[in-house]
Design a protein around this ligand. Structure first.
Ligand code: DAH
Length: 348
């Protein structure tokens, strides 16, 4: 009996030392099973009490319970400490620093050519013009014939035009080289009056250089009403140039030729860079060519079923990429088609 209690105290001593050294909840749980569980020395001692006389059993029982009580308490408090330490460590590990500034998502922007295209379109929309679209693969009828361009016209040569293999006629379908066919398509569908702009992509058989790309953009304009004259064309286009480049701009019209207009003209504006005195940008002349325009040829009205004696109108076609180059001093057209963000990001 005495001997047993001595052994149990030794077990208690040993358990207390190991408890202090235990690193975590799992280790403490294992130790608890070892010293208080069914196979422990304490449980075995309890089982041995049965054969003892009453007095001795009571005494030994009390001693065993005291040891078990002390161990139980100590285990519970060490387990609580270990659990708290583990929780603190977990929180530390999973910590999110919400005070760090978030990484801003990269912001996109419309391409400079698209920005200019929209701006020019808006200038005309503010004058009451509507916007219409046309196909990029166009028929020779809409692109040439209905626009008063005879079969012998040099623009129809394969050296200038990109023909598409489609249908029996090798020169029946092409990638449009101008937005002008939209004029015809629109007039076929709508009675006069017409106030129309049509922005879009066009294609030419050009070799890539500083001022030529095989793909570029135009905005077509068409006004048809009962009494429109060349004076209306001049006023409208001068307004456009001053809205786009600034109120100080002068404009001049030089005679030109287009099959679908008569008379036809090229619009020039004072060089925005030197103001007209002559510089590198305008090649010394003080003027910059901006667009083609003219009074709609009666043959075009006839092709769409309008009465050329009852209506009159004017039309124009502007190169959008050129406008962007001129206004922002972009030296090479091909910068617009290079996927180089260092160039494109300058124009947000
Ligand atoms: N389509 C012509 C071109 O690409 C530009 C043009 C000139 C359009 C005169 C017109 C116009 O509507 O009247 O060069």
């Amino acid at each position: 009996m005495e001997e047993m209690l001595v052994r149990l105290r030794a077990v208690e001593e040993d358990a207390l030392v190991r408890l202090d050294a235990a690193g975590g909840v799992a280790e403490i749980d294992a130790l608890e099973r070892e010293v208080l569980g069914n196979a422990s020395a304490l449980a075995e001692a309890r089982r041995g009490l049965r054969g003892l006389p009453d007095e001795a059993r009571r005494e030994a029982g009390r001693a065993i319970n005291e040891i078990a009580g002390r161990l139980g308490e100590r285990i519970a408090s060490r387990r609580a400490e270990a659990a708290a330490a583990e929780e603190t460590a977990r929180l530390q590990r999973e910590r999110l620093d919400l005070t760090l500034p978030a990484r801003a998502p990269a912001r996109g922007a419309a391409h400079l050519v698209m920005q200019v295209l929209e701006e020019v379109t808006d200038i005309f929309v503010a004058l009451g013009y509507t916007v219409a679209d046309g196909p990029e693969a166009e028929t020779a009828y809409y692109h040439f014939d209905a626009l008063n361009t005879p079969p012998t016209h040099p623009a129809r040569l394969e050296s200038d035009t990109l023909y598409v293999e489609h249908g029996p006629d090798p020169e029946g379908v092409l990638l449009r080289a101008q937005t002008s066919p939209v004029q015809v398509r629109y007039m076929e569908q709508h009675p006069p009056p017409v106030y129309l702009v049509s922005p879009g992509r066009v294609f030419r058989r050009d070799t890539l250089d500083a001022t030529h790309t095989p793909v570029f953009h135009q905005i077509e304009g068409l006004a048809v009403d009962t009494d429109l004259t060349f004076a209306d064309l001049k006023g409208t286009l001068a307004h456009f140039v001053r809205e786009f480049f600034g109120p100080q701009q002068k404009v001049r019209f030089l005679p030109h030729f287009f099959p679908f207009t008569e008379p036809s003209a090229e619009l020039h504006t004072t060089c925005f860079s030197c103001g007209g005195s002559g510089c590198r940008v305008c090649g010394g002349s003080g003027w910059i060519e901006l667009l083609g325009c003219g009074v709609v040829d009666p043959n075009v009205f006839e092709a769409v079923g309008y009465d050329p004696t009852a209506v009159s109108g004017f039309a124009f076609g502007v190169g959008v990429d050129r406008l962007a180059m001129i206004r922002y001093g972009v030296p090479e057209l091909r910068y617009f088609f290079d996927p180089d963000l260092r160039v494109l990001e300058q124009f947000r």
